[in-house]
Design a protein around this ligand. Structure first.
Ligand SMILES: [Zn+2]
Length: 54
């Protein structure tokens, strides 16, 4: 079991963590800016013909 950390900036999460869907997984981030950063990154990956898993 690991401490919950932001999926974008890797800082520790407290009760205000934001959950977002990313490539079929749910991840938690510390703030809306991090959520957007991950969503934009995922979107750019999804539009690419080269899809990776994992
Ligand atoms: Zn963050």
């Amino acid at each position: 079991m690991t401490a919950r950390t932001c999926a974008a900036c890797d800082c520790e999460l407290d009760g205000t963590a934001i959950k977002i869907k990313l490539g079929g997984n749910t991840v938690e981030v510390c703030c809306e800016a991090c959520a957007r950063a991950l969503n934009e990154a995922d979107a750019s990956i999804s539009t690419d013909a080269h899809v990776r898993e994992g």
